[in-house]
Structures are given as structure tokens and as C-alpha cells.
Write a protein that binds this ligand. Structure first.
Ligand SMILES: [Zn+2]
Length: 605
């Protein structure tokens, strides 16, 4: 008690920090497994002690001692803020801890550090008293006990992610650089081994995007906890779901077909106000039970798994997400996928985000040029043949030519390329056999092969370019420089254009079954998918990701660029720099909320 009053009376920061540490130390053992109690005692929110009121579901996530946690969540449930509080708590009270908190890009990370981390610190005098003055910055908070919290992006300059760490948190996982995230686990190698056999702590959070991707993949690896609700009429334990429990009077159909179009007339006649979540056993409106924390608890589908994972749905924070409000939000989203991802918190895939299968399956054209027959003259008429190649231990090579509306693919091959069997000779042979006029390929990873191929093409009169994926290339999708033989390619823009061209049947393929490689082409092209995300500031991010090997997808993108060059779309304007990386795009119509949003398209290298 004496220490407490001295603490309050003496504003001297060193003394305050010292006393805070003593106070904290006595709580440390408890705080390891009971962070929620600690954070309520030591941090504030808008002047009042922090509490979990109306967010009770967060307590178990907050106190979860598991070393690996994945949370798949709808937006606006306050979990990022909670994580920051938890990590600051850990940094303040534990010994020898390094925390790395990542967001998709450095820009995000900086904004997040300012808006969330700094604000939380301001609201927690005890934590701010433990910050080492003068050595803190947006990216890095150094504590007087030597602990450091880094906030950084997974794209761009991210040197902080190469330091050894005790805690790693990947926020907005689906939009983060998946390769960087998967390599980050190795940063935990030096951390202590926990009871569950893992080293250090790795948490992943995100609003979901596509099935089988990002946080959905992580969630499915885990024990899959849902926030169950016990019905007060029949005692049935419900796991409330959009498809299984959500009810909109006036709509009798399958919730899988319930979209903005179906919802609009119901909203217009105020029917949405009657929407509710029903008990799947007795049919009761569960509202009173949803808002009663005593009737709710986390239930794991696979309780034996060590990897802890959570599904956070809007009705798990019911005070802020009434069923009527959930329906009402449908009108705000132009794409149903966005509604399902952001508002409902479930993975979803729509036709705008994938290369559809039909264009592959529908072709009856059997004119696939068999690789064994690539000898002598190929009679492909007067077409201006083009090629694309993705370089790797297997080089993926494709040939096609321009058509009136797009292109026609005639050939594909996987060229083995190892130290024992270099692919160079085979590549040169193919380029000659097909009498290729335009050739676009990777600029790595095997620089020697790229250089040799460019040199070969130069000698042979083939217009060849090594592609560099860049963020933004002025106003064009790609910009070739014949002098340097480099084409700067806007990854997102060109892939978007390729997907559109494919889905509108402007790309023709040889029939499936003409050659086994066409199945590989189909599988790898369709593994490339597009995700779109609205971030805090209202900006939209668009990005291509892969759900499996995607080499032929990129090969076809290179081919499509070569074909556009051949068909006269080639602009030889001077190559411009890669800034700015975020550009404003035109909205494709949409609701009033959409038009109010500032919408950007950002693409990544
Ligand atoms: Zn019931």
C-alpha cells in the first residue's frame, strides 16, 4: 500500500519505472498464463481501467498459453488492439523477450505502430514508464529491461524480421508475404522450448480470403475452436454458423444463395430487422443467450491438437454485430466475397478471383504440338509465334500466338534444368523450331541461363526480354526496354488482365487430353488466385497468391505479354521508376459506401 501511494506521489520516471517493475514482477508468474487479469489491472482504455465487457470471447484467446495460435476472424472485433496490449504487457514484464509484430507492408506497419501501438502505450502509464526514452521509434520499442518490440512489414524493407525472436505475430496474414512468414519460424530457433514442444511463440491472425489459403489453412491445421452458445430453452450447444443458424424471415432459400441481390428487397421492406440466429434444435431465437457470456464457451473440434486455432464470427461480439446489422452490411459490399470475408469471417471464392476451369475443359482443338514432334519445320502458318518461360529447376515454357481477341496457346513443356542436365540447349532448340519472334521470361533465379538466353536471342533476331515484376509501371501494365532487354511488369495488373482474358474465353487452349502437360498447365494456372482486402484506412489491396505450384500461371503471363508485344501493343516509351507503389483506381460502380471509400490498388513485387 505504501509503495502504491509513493508511486502515485512521485512522478519521477525512473522511480516510477522501478516501482512499476516491482509491482509487475510480483504479477509476472501469474501474467504468463493470466494476461487478461494483468492487462485489466495495468492498462487503461480512454482513462478507465481496461476491461473485456462485451468482448468476453477475447479472454480465452488472450490467456491461451499455446505456442502456436491462429485466429480466423471477421473484421472489427478488436483483436489486433488486444494483441498489441498483450505483447506490450509481455515486453514490459517478462525477461529477455524480443517480439516481432508484422503487417503486410512497411507502410501498414508504420501506420499501425502510430495508430495502435503508440495509442495503447499512451493509455498505459506503467508501460510507457518502462520504455527506454530516446531509443523508441515507430518501428521499435525498447524497454528498460532490455526487451524489444519490433513492428514491421513482410514486404519491402523488413530487416527486423531477421533478428532472433521469442514472439512472432503475423497480423493480416492473408495479405502478407507468405514465403517471408513461413521462414520467420526459424527466428524462434533460439527461443526456449515450451511444454508443447514448440520453440517460442508464433501467432497468426487474419480476416480470411480464399479457401485453403493463409489463415484458413492455419485455422484448419489447428484444433478449430468455435464460440458455442447454449440454448436456454433446450440446452442444446449450438455452434452458430452463417449457413446453418442465420435466419432472415421472408427468405426461405439456402443461405449459400443469400447475397446482396436477394437481401435488398428484404432490407428495403425492413425485414432485415427481424433477422436472428436460431437454435438448430428447437428453433428459438438465440439472442439472449448470445449476449450472455455465461451461456457461451469455446469448443474445439479437434481438442487433441496442440496448435490452437479460433474462428471469430460477428455473433461472438453480438453487441456490436446484431443480426440485422449483418444483413444490412450486404448492401455495402460490391463483391459477395468481401462480405463473406470481412463481415462473416469465412473463407470464400468467387469467379472474379479465380481462373475458371471451363476454358480449359471446353476446347476441342487437338492441335497441340507434341514435344517429340518439335523437329524440323512446324507448319503453324503465318502466325507470329511468341514464348514465355518461368525459370527454375524445371523451366516452364509455353508457346502461343496473337488472335483477334487475345491469344492461342499451342505448346507447353517442362524443361529440366539442373547442373547435370542444363536446359539451355533444349530451350534454344525450341526457340528456333517455333521460329519465336517475341520471348519474355523471368529474370532469375538462374541469372546465367537468363543472360545466355538473352544473348542467344539477340544473335538470332528474337526480341527477348527478362521480366522484372515491379509495383507500378506508370500507367501501363508493362514497359519493355529493348536496349537493356528488360521488361518491367506490373504483376497485379498483368495477371488481372490475363485472368480476365481467360475467363472471357479470349485465350484458347489445346484440348485437355491432347498431352498430359496440359493438365499441369490447367492445375498451375488455376492455382493462381486473386484476393482483395480493404484495410483500416479504407484502401483496397489487390494481390495474386498461389494455393499450389503456379509456374505455368506466370509462364502464361509472360507469354501473354510477349503476345501483346507481337500484336502491336508494344510501347517503347521510356521506362519510368517504380513509384508510387499505391495508386488510385477507378471504382466499378457500387454502393454509396464504396464511392465514399478511397480505393487504391496496390501490387507487390
Ligand atoms: Zn434450443
Amino acid at each position: 500500500m505504501a509503495a502504491k501511494s509513493a508511486h502515485q506521489a512521485d512522478p519521477d520516471s525512473l522511480r516510477e519505472g522501478y516501482l512499476a517493475r516491482i509491482e509487475a514482477a510480483t504479477d509476472t508468474a501469474a501474467s504468463r498464463t493470466n494476461h487478461s487479469a494483468w492487462v485489466q489491472k495495468h492498462t487503461t482504455l480512454q482513462g478507465d481501467p481496461f476491461n473485456f465487457k462485451h468482448h468476453e470471447m477475447q479472454i480465452d484467446i488472450f490467456d491461451d498459453p499455446a505456442s502456436r495460435i491462429a485466429v480466423r476472424k471477421c473484421s472489427q472485433v478488436g483483436l489486433s488492439e488486444l494483441q498489441v496490449r498483450k505483447l506490450l504487457t509481455i515486453s514490459a514484464v517478462m525477461r529477455y523477450v524480443r517480439v516481432i509484430y508484422t503487417l503486410p507492408t512497411r507502410q501498414f506497419a508504420m501506420r499501425f505502430a502510430k495508430d495502435r501501438v503508440d495509442t495503447t502505450i499512451e493509455q498505459a502509464p506503467m508501460i510507457s514508464g518502462m520504455l527506454k526514452r530516446g531509443s523508441d521509434s515507430a518501428e521499435q520499442k525498447v524497454f528498460t529491461n532490455g526487451n524489444v518490440l519490433y513492428v514491421t512489414g513482410t514486404y519491402g524493407d523488413n530487416s527486423a524480421i531477421s533478428v532472433p525472436a521469442t514472439y512472432i505475430v503475423n497480423d493480416e496474414l492473408d495479405f502478407s508475404n507468405q514465403e517471408v512468414v513461413s521462414k520467420m519460424s526459424s527466428r524462434l530457433r533460439h527461443a526456449e522450448e515450451n511444454e508443447d514442444g514448440y520453440r517460442g511463440f508464433h501467432y497468426k491472425f487474419s480476416t480470411p480470403t480464399l479457401p485453403g489459403f493463409g489463415v484458413t489453412k492455419e485455422f484448419e491445421k489447428g484444433d478449430q475452436k468455435y464460440y458455442a452458445c447454449r440454448c436456454s430453452r433446450c440446452n442444446h450447444d449450438n455452434i452458430p454458423g452463417w449457413y446453418t443458424h442465420f435466419t432472415v424471415p421472408g427468405y426461405d432459400g439456402d443461405m449459400r444463395e443469400f447475397d446482396a441481390q436477394t437481401a435488398t428487397p428484404l432490407i428495403d421492406s425492413d425485414k432485415h430487422l427481424e433477422a436472428y440466429i436460431r437454435c438448430s434444435k428447437c428453433g428459438k431465437n438465440l439472442w439472449e443467450d448470445l449476449i450472455n457470456p455465461a451461456r457461451r464457451r469455446w469448443v474445439a473440434k479437434y481438442p487433441d491438437r496442440k496448435y490452437s486455432s479460433y474462428q471469430v464470427s460477428p455473433w461472438d461480439v453480438p453487441h456490436y454485430n446484431k443480426p440485422s446489422e449483418i444483413v444490412l452490411q450486404m448492401k455495402d459490399y460490391t463483391r459477395h466475397m468481401d462480405f463473406m470475408n470481412f463481415v462473416v469471417g469465412l473463407d470464400y471464392q468467387d469467379s472474379d478471383s479465380v481462373f475458371s476451369l471451363e476454358p480449359f475443359n471446353d476446347s476441342n482443338d487437338t492441335k497441340f504440338v507434341s514435344p517429340d514432334k518439335v523437329e524440323g519445320n512446324l507448319s503453324l502458318g503465318d502466325h507470329r509465334l511468341c514464348a514465355g518461360m518461368d525459370v527454375g529447376k524445371v523451366c516452364h515454357f509455353m508457346v502461343g500466338y496473337p488472335t483477334e481477341t487475345g491469344m492461342k496457346v499451342v505448346y507447353a513443356e517442362e524443361i529440366k534444368h539442373t547442373a547435370q542436365t542444363p536446359g539451355k540447349q533444349r530451350l534454344f532448340k525450341l526457340l528456333k523450331m517455333f521460329n519465336i519472334q517475341y520471348f519474355v521470361m523471368d529474370s532469375g533465379p538462374d541469372i546465367t541461363l537468363v543472360r545466355d538466353a538473352l544473348e542467344f536471342c539477340k544473335m538470332d533476331g528474337i526480341r527477348a526480354f527478362a521480366s522484372e515484376y515491379v509495383r507500378t509501371v506508370g500507367l501501363e501494365n508493362f514497359q519493355p526496354n529493348p536496349e537493356t532487354q528488360i521488361v518491367k511488369v506490373n504483376r497485379t495488373e498483368t495477371l488481372t488482365q490475363l485472368m480476365k482474358s481467360h475467363n472471357t474465353r479470349n485465350i484458347q487452349y489445346p484440348a485437355q487430353g491432347t498431352h498430359p502437360v496440359m493438365y499441369t498447365v490447367r492445375n498451375q494456372v488455376t492455382a493462381l488466385k486473386k484476393i482483395v482486402r480493404e484495410v483500416d484506412s479504407g484502401e483496397m489491396l489487390e494481390q495474386f497468391v498461389k494455393t499450389g505450384p503456379d509456374h505455368f500461371g506466370h509462364t502464361m503471363n509472360y507469354l501473354n505479354i510477349a503476345v501483346q508485344m507481337a500484336s502491336g501493343g508494344l510501347s517503347m516509351s521510356s521506362v519510368v521508376g517504380a513509384n508510387p507503389m499505391v495508386k488510385r483506381i477507378k471504382m466499378r460502380g457500387g454502393s454509396s459506401r464504396d464511392t465514399q471509400r478511397r480505393i487504391y490498388r496496390e501490387s507487390y513485387v
